[in-house]
Write a protein that binds this ligand. Structure first.
Ligand SMILES: C[S@@+](CC[C@H](N)C(=O)[O-])C[C@H]1O[C@@H](n2cnc3c(N)ncnc32)[C@H](O)[C@@H]1O
Length: 482
């Protein structure tokens, strides 16, 4: 057999395409590399005169390449001998072949072991259990990639707080008790506190004053309405209290706290959001604490984390519908793959007894280290329900306001009690195609995050047992508010 000439993508082009796929398509590094390798195979097929379309992943890599026009033109002329045009699908387009044609062709020329079937999937569908010898089938499950192409920004979230939200937060007993407990424990050491995101009613600042734990409190609030309300509220306090509180209406990072006199040496906040880092908590804390001259000796909350629980498609309870209506969060249970907020989620949906942390931060320690751009956590759950349908996961906030939680008050666990922070339901499989699971099955979860921005990027990947090809992945950019 004659040697089959393959196309090579130069390393500079590869590096560029991989970076773009990671940054804009939220692919993992491995997926991006695989996509570029298969793009080279696609170019090979084109060079040999084969007609057909690329798979979705290959198409994304191709688009990225084309976008760099000079690089793409130089490459196609040098490697393929002509400029290769891209014709998107439209009503007047006559297709000469499909991605299957290209895939079958590559397998026949290169051998199945040299072609990555997971990249050549139709509509992102891959299935190991299929009768296809090549390990691929159609109409199976996802993976689905980031559906949020809107540019997200923490200020969108901040501007969404309304007076009603602030009242509800003040009426959330578990949340306030947990903070009050931590503040009570600080009675012995008076500090200069910084209350980041003090809210309309300044509940945490007022607790600090009430328990005499503060020599002074700097309270800062970025929501304009809330700041105005807080300003009026401050005017109504006694002179002694007023003297102890400085109120700022801006984003916390706009002020150099270390230049203040007296300089704050303790931080309190509740900028935690729904999956705990939604409000950019880690970056805000990092930027506030990182100054080496400043010593922050205390931080409330002490620890924050996200609990993960694999679930079947949840049912809608009356109370959760009511709360969602009141708090204007979408509550129709999604049919598609996606993410939504959910209050008081039903335990019926749990497939295991015990949730696991997929992220956990002791704030004061973590924020002193450089922010991680690619944090990866892998775990597995063992199904404990006799049988069930697995559709996705609940992600719930978990907060320890104080290290000392002897009486259990300092803990806020979104899966045990309803709080103002909704639990996130991430539906990973179309619900009609939810996966049948039974007791003893393993559900593998990989959670990745990029914490370098105020709006962190998250990616969840999950599959059952060793069926890695029957996996689903879902990526989103915080704040995940819908
Ligand atoms: C969950 S609310 C908590 C309000 C109040 N602390 C309470 O406990 O009821 C978070 C508040 O923080 C504000 N916020 C979030 N990030 C901020 C930042 N970096 N600087 C100032 N305000 C911020 C939001 O506008 C919002 O009012």
């Amino acid at each position: 057999m004659e040697s089959f000439e393959t196309v090579t993508i130069p390393s500079r082009d590869k590096q560029y395409i991989i970076e773009r796929l990671e940054e804009h398509e939220h692919m993992t590094h491995e997926e991006a590399v695989d996509s570029v390798d298969e793009l080279a195979h696609y170019y090979t097929a084109i060079k040999h005169g084969k007609n057909g379309s690329p798979s979705k992943m290959v198409d994304k890599a191709w688009h990225a390449h084309i976008l760099n026009t000079q690089m793409y033109m130089d490459f196609t002329k040098a490697e393929i001998g002509r400029f290769v045009h891209h014709v998107p699908y439209w009503s007047g387009h006559q297709s000469n072949g499909t991605e299957d044609d290209i895939y079958e062709y590559l397998v026949s020329q290169l051998g199945a072991e040299h072609v990555n079937a997971t990249v050549w999937v139709r509509d992102g569908a891959i299935c190991e259990n299929s009768s296809h010898s090549l390990g691929r089938c159609q109409n199976a499950f996802l993976p689905m990639r980031n559906p949020t192409d809107k540019k997200r920004n923490v200020f969108h979230l901040i501007s969404r707080y309304d007076p009603f939200n602030y009242w509800m937060m003040c009426l959330d007993p578990f949340r306030l008790d947990a903070y009050e407990e931590a503040i009570r424990q600080h009675r012995q050491q008076k500090a200069i506190w910084l209350d980041i995101g003090t809210g309309a009613h300044m509940p945490l600042t007022r607790l600090l004053i009430k328990y005499e734990t503060a020599e002074h409190v700097y309270a800062v609030e970025a929501n304009r309405e809330a700041y105005r309300f807080a300003k009026n509220l401050r005017e109504c306090l006694s002179d002694e209290e007023k003297r102890k509180i400085s109120l700022y209406g801006c984003y916390s990072n706009n002020i150099d706290w270390h230049a203040q006199d007296p300089r704050p040496n303790a931080i309190i906040h509740e900028i935690i959001g729904c999956i705990p880092l939604d409000e950019g908590c880690i970056k805000v804390m990092h930027d506030t604490i990182k100054n080496p001259n400043g010593e922050v000796y205390s931080c409330i909350p002490y620890k924050i984390g996200t609990l993960c629980m694999p679930v079947s498609r949840p049912k809608r309870s009356r109370i959760s519908s009511f709360c969602s209506f009141i708090l204007s969060s979408s509550m129709k249970i999604i049919k598609d793959v996606g993410i939504q907020g959910m209050f008081n989620p039903h335990k019926d949906a749990f497939l295991c007894e015990t949730p696991q942390f997929i992220e956990e931060f002791i704030l004061q320690d973590y924020v002193r280290k450089p922010l991680e751009s690619h944090r990866v956590f892998k775990t597995k759950f063992i199904v404990e329900k006799r049988t069930g349908k697995w559709a996705g996961v609940f992600l719930a906030p978990h907060v320890l306001t104080s290290k000392d939680n002897r009486n259990g008050i300092a803990e806020i666990d979104g899966l045990k009690r309803m709080t103002n922070w909704p639990v996130r339901y991430v539906q990973m499989y179309y619900y009609q195609k939810a996966i049948d699971v039974k007791q003893g099955d393993e559900i593998h979860v990989v959670f990745e995050s990029d914490l370098t921005k105020e709006c962190p990027t998250y990616r969840l990947e999950a599959w059952v047992n060793n069926n890695y090809l029957l996996r689903s992945s879902f990526a989103w950019i915080g704040p995940a508010i819908y």
